[in-house]
Design a protein around this ligand. Structure first.
Ligand SMILES: Nc1nc2c(ncn2[C@@H]2O[C@H](COP(=O)(O)OP(=O)(O)OP(=O)(O)O)[C@@H](O)[C@H]2O)c(=O)[nH]1
Length: 340
């Protein structure tokens, strides 16, 4: 029977040779320590389906060779990775010193948004420690990484490292930027002004220069304002088809992921391997995850920019409305005219 899962994440295990990358992978997949582990040649692969926050996630893990001579080969496997375990050996300062180079590779070759967890492996060899917990955690903090000390030998924190990384990726996808206006029925003005993009104080600021009584204005032009807000909402709402999120994806008719309003969810749920012919197979699905995470970041930036634009548009709209109001006032017959 085909394996089912909600998400598929491509993970990398990177770091210098001999830090225990293959052993970490083996411990995570097989739940036991890999005796007589040899140097990896090129890359090795493993996968496991885990449950993270009620969601089924398939982790597709690429264990890369740490030796310099394989660097050009392993670099070609970075593309599309959503997460990475960056491993050093706590008993070897040399492996710690090369972390920055590995991290640069991950962020340039995989994605700047890749979720990385720093793993100080061989925690069981504490008496031989050359790198303190404190300095490594400082490095992690400075480089926006999560951090754990692990032992592939005892299994300590191994599962936690992979799950923590997966959880963070899921959170990143789920907590895509809040919609400035929720999709659904036409918003009532009261609801619309309570949205973040149009806080009541902003509304007041736009109106007060034109009229002495903004409340009266609101009451009078409620219908026009609602229409204006609906138009603005249509203009700024999320594109719901996945082709607009990632040009490399083709939505499959009739297949939607039920991921709610967040298109990132929909893409990762629906675009399973056979649905991404351009990228092909599992690598394609993994690419989708990276695209979704990356697009969440890009979307938030674009949204911020659009929100600014939308607020300005709303402001301009009010200006026009208020201008029209004033024109109407000027054009309205004065008391003398009325008497005549
Ligand atoms: N004590 C201890 N030894 C470990 C641990 N993890 C790995 N080792 C040992 O470290 C050595 C290297 O482990 P590997 O997993 O092959 O290291 P690697 O990072 O995959 O090395 P490359 O494939 O060359 O990049 C082996 O002798 C392992 O037995 C650990 O947590 N504790």
């Amino acid at each position: 029977m085909a394996e089912t899962y909600d998400f598929l994440f491509k993970f990398l295990v990177i770091g210098s040779a001999g830090t225990g990358k293959s052993c970490l992978l083996h411990q995570f997949i097989e739940n036991k320590f890999k005796q007589d582990s040899n140097h990896t040649i090129g890359v090795e692969f493993g996968s496991r389906v885990v449950n993270v926050g009620g969601k089924t996630v398939k982790l597709q893990i690429w264990d890369t060779a740490g030796q310099e001579r394989f660097r050009s080969v392993t670099r070609s496997y970075y593309r599309g990775a959503a997460g990475a375990l960056l491993v050093y050996d706590i008993t070897s300062r040399e492996t710690y010193n090369s972390l920055a180079a590995w991290l640069t590779d991950a962020r340039t070759l995989a994605s700047p948004n890749i979720v990385v967890i720093l793993c100080g492996n061989k925690k069981d060899l504490d008496p031989e420690r050359e790198v303190t917990f404190l300095e490594a955690s400082r490095f992690a903090q400075e480089n926006e990484l999560m951090f754990l000390e692990t032992s592939a030998l005892t299994g300590e924190n191994v599962e936690e490292a992979f799950l923590k990384c997966a959880r963070t990726i899921l959170n990143k996808i789920d907590s895509g930027p809040a919609l400035p206006f929720r999709l659904g029925p036409r918003p009532r003005l009261r609801e619309a002004v309570s949205q973040r993009a149009l806080a009541p104080e902003k509304l007041h600021r736009h109106l007060s220069p034109f009229l002495g009584h903004p409340a009266l204005f609101l009451l009078r032009y409620k219908r026009y304002l609602c229409k204006l807000l609906t138009d603005v909402r249509i203009y700024i709402h999320f594109p719901t088809n996945c082709a607009a999120i990632s040009p490399s994806l083709t939505p499959v008719p009739g297949l939607r992921g039920g991921g709610g309003a967040d298109p990132a969810n929909e893409v990762t749920r629906t675009a399973l391997p056979n649905q991404v012919p351009a990228l092909g197979g599992n690598a394609g699905a993994a690419q989708v995850c990276a695209d979704a995470v990356a697009s969440a970041g890009a979307r938030s930036r674009a949204q911020r920019a659009r929100r600014g634009g939308a607020s300005r548009a709303v402001g301009a709209g009010y200006g026009a409305l208020c201008g029209a109001g004033r024109l109407a006032q000027t054009a309205a017959p004065g008391p003398e005219e009325k008497a005549r």
